[in-house]
Design a protein around this ligand. Structure first.
Ligand code: ZN
Ligand code: FE
Length: 253
């Protein structure tokens, strides 16, 4: 079994490394900077075999150039988007990316909303979802529409409950403050907040979480469970999702 590690980068990013010590190789998702990846590879004596990219934002691709200089045989997989200048393979909905070392197989899901070409990689019980789904939150809508982001989140929420959610940022506690305001009596949310606080106090990541945990505590996956706000028809879930996302944008803890 390859091992999965979140490498902290920049301010609050995670670059997910999947490594196989016996095969001597690793792959990394969304390398926003190169140095922590190079350090981890050095320490473990591994070669970089692949880079998976979820979307074009600099905090997810900034390290690619330098990693390719140091590990020229690395294969870069990325969505079809010219704003990601380097890719050996462009992938889209339903494509399968497969590696021998580390042994891994992922199916590509198009999950627009945060950006219009955002993709996720899902396989082996892991979901690399970039800035689409966060623990207790979701990405901001920069290029898409609320309806697109909601459809993307609906698809991710429908994955098996034990799928490990490997997202792009350590935003759990900040998201929790908003989630608690939305749903103060949610016991699963309270339990997740206690756990996340303890993890952060010990200097550990709060990730990965699981799809089951997110379904129970993440307000953006709970549109149908939340009470409708004033003036909003209960049946219009896109409008309710849009209002929730807008409230989060305006929220200051
Ligand atoms: Zn982003
Ligand atoms: Fe990001």
């Amino acid at each position: 079994m390859p091992s999965l590690t979140p490498l902290p980068a920049l301010i609050d990013n995670y670059m997910w490394m999947l490594s196989d010590a016996s095969g001597g190789k690793a792959l990394v998702v969304d390398p926003g900077e190169a140095a922590p990846v190079l350090d981890a590879l050095d320490e473990l004596g591994l070669e970089l075999s692949a880079i998976l990219v979820t979307h074009h934002h600099p905090d997810h691709i900034g390290g690619i150039g330098r990693l390719l200089e140091e590990h020229p045989r690395t294969q870069v997989c990325a969505p079809v988007d010219g704003r990601i200048p380097i890719a050996h393979r462009r992938v889209a909905e339903g494509d399968v990316v497969e590696f021998d070392a580390p042994a891994a197989r992922f199916t590509v899901m198009e999950v627009p909303g945060h950006t219009r070409t955002h993709i996720a990689y899902c396989g082996g019980g892991m979901l690399f979802c970039g800035d689409t789904l966060f623990s207790l939150g979701c990405g901001r809508i920069f290029e898409g529409t609320p309806s697109q982001l909601l459809a993307s989140l609906d698809r991710l929420a429908a994955l098996p409950g034990d799928t490990r959610v490997c997202c792009g940022h350590e935003y759990t506690l900040a998201n929790a403050a908003f989630a608690e305001q939305v749903e103060p009596a949610n016991d699963a949310l309270q339990a997740r907040m206690r756990q996340a606080r303890a993890l952060r106090q010990a200097g550990n990541p709060t990730l990965p979480s699981s799809i089951a945990e997110e379904r129970a505590a993440n307000p953006f996956l709970r549109i149908d469970a939340l009470p409708a706000r004033e003036g909003q028809p209960k049946e219009n879930r896109v409008a309710r999702f849009a209002a929730l996302r807008a409230a989060k944008d305006a929220f200051r803890a």
